[in-house]
Write a protein that binds this ligand. Structure first.
Ligand SMILES: [Zn+2]
Length: 496
């Protein structure tokens, strides 16, 4: 703890502490409240808060007293103290006034780079964003990701607000849990309630099933839609019996679930919540007419959403550019964007990273009424840094990822041509980072993150985790720079 004496002394003298060989000081984090000065530092690979002064903030922090200062580890308890004393460290909702970008940080190390990327842009960061799937694969909890975001905004002195998204939530108990923890954004995944297989049924089969619904239900839908035409700010949407029946069978149960969740949790939450509906992770591409149907039902039932994620035509595979017919995508995206504008919510783009060929189209038609989610691409930038600064570690991870790739296919839909990946033993160290410019090797790493970061040898020691994090924390500026460049390119092309 002696290494912190000069920081404590500087704070006691009312000066800004300087970094030294042993202690890095995060200058932007310096806060003075009442009689307390507080700052974040790093020694070896560990970060701490250092407080001097007296009063409730000083007393609330947990730490070791050093020469009248207090050195506090970045624990959950201390994260809650920051939340209690500094409002900007708590996640908040943004509604529909400004574009938002989901910046999932699987490592708990990416947020400083993300903050630097979006500062002074026309977009707010959703710094914490993790699906239950990602949390499970990484042995992390919702609390861990909130704490990481809290400490990141404090470290960066970022006071413009950020959100926290409980992503792809399917279970009511998880929604309740996330809201209790303070999440500001709920993405309701309705894929369990969306019926697959309707496309394959004949018109007669569909109408027979519709006929088996309660009379009151059939009436509710038929009188509103059959042979009716709707004008969504110039976009004409019409339904006949066949198209209505199909949409009711595909989305009816999902819409009932959205309504229930809204009434039971979202509208009763203690603070404003950004409520997103996700109908993207299904086999069914969301036709603009289907999107309209879902949105119109939400409106009829008094359910307010801030964003909705349809499944677009073509493929939004993880970590690589758009695959599909760009002309058709542009036509449908324009219609989806018009529908979203008509109902007053954001169009949400999932698996939104690296879709460089369609970003200008997305930017043009959504005009800022946009939420876009990225996550794995931020981990790939971390892998790029590893390839640059620790080639030996990169090589071992690469081999392991290839050996274990098959296991990931039960979680992720990707189709990389692994034969196209350059053989590792023929690749020089200085060429290793370019694996992160190659689609198949990007996807190889994109989906094996959980396997890599939890891999153990027979004695139960981790194979990569400790060295990976140590390397990255030692090169946090390189990681920040690579994120600013990579995510900055997204933001530029989206016009935000
Ligand atoms: Zn999704």
């Amino acid at each position: 703890m002696e290494q912190f004496q000069s920081v404590v002394k500087a704070l006691q003298e009312g000066q800004s502490p300087e970094s030294s060989d042993v202690v890095k000081v995060y200058q932007h984090s310096l806060e003075k409240q009442d009689n307390v000065s507080l700052i974040m530092v790093k020694a070896a690979q560990t970060k701490y808060l250092i407080a001097v002064g007296d009063g409730p903030l000083f007393d609330a922090l947990n730490g070791e007293v050093v020469q009248g200062g207090k050195v506090c580890p970045l624990t959950h308890e201390n994260s809650q103290v920051l939340n209690q004393f500094f409002d900007y460290t708590k996640p908040q909702a943004f509604g529909t006034d400004i574009a938002t970008m989901g910046l999932g940080d699987r490592l708990g190390l990416a947020s400083p780079g993300h903050i630097e990327t979006v500062r002074d842009r026309k977009v707010k960061p959703i710094l914490a964003q993790q699906s239950i799937r990602e949390l499970t694969l990484l042995n992390r909890t919702m609390t861990d990701i909130l704490d990481a975001a809290t400490f990141a905004v404090f470290q960066e002195g970022y006071k413009d607000g950020y959100g926290a998204d409980a992503d792809h939530i399917k279970l009511e108990e998880d929604i309740k849990y996330a809201l209790d923890l303070g999440f500001s954004f709920i993405t309701l995944d309705c894929s369990e309630q969306i019926r697959n297989g309707i496309e394959e049924m004949s018109v007669a089969e569909v109408s027979k099933e519709f006929a088996s619904l309660p009379a009151e239900r059939k009436d509710y839908y038929s009188t509103h839609y059959v042979n009716k035409s709707f004008d969504a700010d110039g976009l004409n949407i019409t339904f006949d019996e066949a198209s209505l029946h199909k949409n009711v069978l595909v989305y009816g149960e999902a819409i009932d679930f959205m309504e229930h969740v809204y009434n039971a949790y979202i509208s009763k939450a203690e603070k404003a919540i950004d409520f997103e509906i996700s109908i993207d992770e299904t086999e069914t591409v969301t036709a603009p007419e289907a999107h309209f149907f879902v949105a119109e039902e939400l409106r009829r039932r008094g359910v307010t959403v801030q964003s909705l994620a349809p499944r677009f035509c073509g493929e939004f595979q993880k970590g690589i550019d758009y695959i599909g017919d760009i002309t058709q995508f542009e036509k449908e995206l324009q219609e989806h964007a018009e529908i979203a504008k008509y109902f007053g919510y954001k169009l949400s783009i999932h698996s939104g990273s690296d879709k460089f060929s369609v970003f200008p189209i997305i930017g043009k038609y959504t005009e800022g009424l946009l939420h876009i989610k990225t996550a794995g691409t931020n981990w790939l930038e971390a892998v790029r840094v590893i390839a640059q600064v620790n080639p030996d570690l990169y090589r071992r991870m690469h081999v392991y990822a290839e050996e274990h790739f098959e296991e990931t296919l039960k979680y992720y839909h990707v189709t990389p041509d692994l034969d196209s990946v350059a053989p590792l033993n023929e690749t020089k160290d200085e060429e290793l980072p370019s694996y992160m410019d190659h689609d198949a090797s990007r996807q190889l790493f994109h989906v094996t993150y959980g396997i890599l970061l939890t891999a153990q040898d027979e004695a139960g020691n981790d194979l990569f985790n400790t060295e990976f994090f140590t390397t990255l924390i030692n090169h946090e500026d390189a990681y920040r720079e690579s994120l600013v460049k990579h995510i900055g390119r997204h933001v530029d092309l989206l016009g935000l």
